[in-house]
Design a binder for this molecule. Structure first.
Ligand SMILES: *Cc1c(COP(=O)(O)O)cnc(C)c1O
Length: 418
């Protein structure tokens, strides 16, 4: 694969072929017992994934979006509330907030980690909110909608700044739900507790997606909520299954959002390999970092704070001439993607929030400069060298042209240096 062959963005074939025998065994077991819904695979996976995250409870659901929605509802988010997240995320984060009946609102991200900027969150809570004198609730000053929760996203597999976000949440009595859909196994050093913690165990509850391309992926759709709150776990269990606590006894109106038993069995099998796969992803990220280190005037590699152990769901660089570089790589048979090209505050479904271009300058600049390179456990060193070489090829030509044409300086929007 390393010669002049194509380098895919993602390799979902190799790991499944390697595990074919075990995965077929799961499927056969379920066929023989017709245990399609619930049962030992679902319970087994829930137990093992809770243990993996370091939480007491895990509730399997049908997708990451359901996990976020159910966690928000179970945590007490009401219709008409406002829930704060970031504009630089996959739309599912905001969709789940709307599906819980709330209104998503955004705060800016950090220029180096691309995750929620806790100082901007503080600014939002202090400057754009007021206290309701009668209820004591924090309201958005403009919309008068109560702020009830914060959803930080561990984007690209990098933990968000949870200590600072947690402190603010405590001060303002807000719930924090982690969007851990890209960060299975990532770790964060909590200064408050003086120990490393797995994402999924840091806030009130967390949502995971097991969409096939995630670090832990099903062979179809799946998700989970993790938490240490027994009542929240019970509520999510009801929400995923039509609101029933007992069969045909409905406490509330719920949803059809159960975890499929076949997917649970597949996830249970694959979970054993997740620590190894994450280690390989980290090694691949370090190899990329070394390759790009000598060219840090042209390429900004991902920034990993000393308090974070990222799991590199995506390896995202920042460059000028991003679109041209993406075309150049495609011509060389190297597949790349952009996560995400249009920030949520500029997407049509959120037009009613009234944001315009320029409102989140860091997010907007990131969106114009980021490029996700091939990243998966089975990526080979030779492939990474070829990718780096192909990137240098274009960027060094660009840099020397720009350097020789003094009348045509660099575009005014610069890349923030770390
Ligand atoms: C994948 C993803 C989701 C949604 O997960 P689904 O399983 O596709 O519903 C939510 N948030 C983020 C950040 C994601 O990457």
């Amino acid at each position: 694969m390393t010669g002049n062959g194509q380098i895919p963005f993602l390799d979902l074939i190799t790991p499944h072929l390697e595990l074919e025998e075990e995965l077929v065994w799961v499927f056969r077991g379920i066929l023989e017992t017709a245990g399609f819904a619930g049962g030992p695979f679902v319970e087994g996976f829930e137990r093992e994934f809770a243990e993996f995250c370091g939480t007491q409870y895990c509730v399997g659901v049908a997708s990451g979006t359901d996990a976020l929605r159910f966690a928000l509802i179970a945590a007490g988010v009401n219709a008409g509330d406002t829930v704060i997240t970031v504009p630089n995320t996959f739309i599912a984060t905001a969709e789940a907030i709307s599906q819980a009946g709330a209104r998503p609102d955004f705060v800016e991200v950090d220029d180096r980690t691309y995750n929620m900027d806790a100082r901007r969150l503080q600014e939002y809570l202090e400057m754009r909110c007021v206290r309701d004198f009668r209820t004591g609730k924090l309201l958005n000053a403009k919309t008068r909608s109560p702020i009830s929760a914060i959803v930080p996203v561990h984007l690209y597999g990098q933990p968000a700044e949870m200590d600072l976000i947690g402190e603010l949440a405590e001060r303002y009595k807000l719930v924090v739900i982690e969007d851990a859909c890209q960060a299975h196994g990532a770790e964060y050093f909590s200064n408050k507790e003086n120990r490393w913690r797995r994402v999924g165990s840091i806030a009130h509850a967390a949502a995971f997606s097991f969409y096939p391309g995630k670090n832990l992926g099903a062979c179809g759709e799946a998700g989970a909520v993790t938490t240490n709150d027994a009542a929240l776990a019970t509520k999510v269990r009801m929400l995923r299954d039509h609101g029933q606590a007992k069969k045909y006894c409905h406490e509330i109106e719920g949803y059809n959002g159960r975890l499929d038993a076949i997917q649970a069995g597949i996830l249970q099998t694959k979970l054993k390999f997740l620590p190894d796969w994450n280690r390989q992803r980290r090694e691949n990220a370090h190899r990329y970092n070394e390759l790009f280190g000598a060219q840090d005037d042209l390429i900004t590699a991902p920034y990993e704070p000393s308090r974070a152990k990222a799991v590199y769901h995506l390896y995202v660089i920042r460059v000028r001439y991003r679109d041209q570089l993406q075309r150049h790589l495609a011509q060389a048979g190297i597949a790349t993607q952009v996560h995400y090209p249009m920030p949520l505050h500029l997407q049509r479904p959120y037009a009613s929030l009234g944001y315009k271009e320029g409102d989140f300058p860091v997010t907007e600049r990131i969106a114009a400069e980021i490029l996700s390179l091939p990243m998966y456990p089975h990526l080979e060193a030779g492939q990474q060298k070829r990718i780096a070489h192909t990137i240098f090829e274009l960027l060094s030509t660009k840099a020397s042209i720009a350097g020789s044409q003094i009348s045509q300086p660099y575009p005014s929007v610069g890349i923030a240096r770390s």
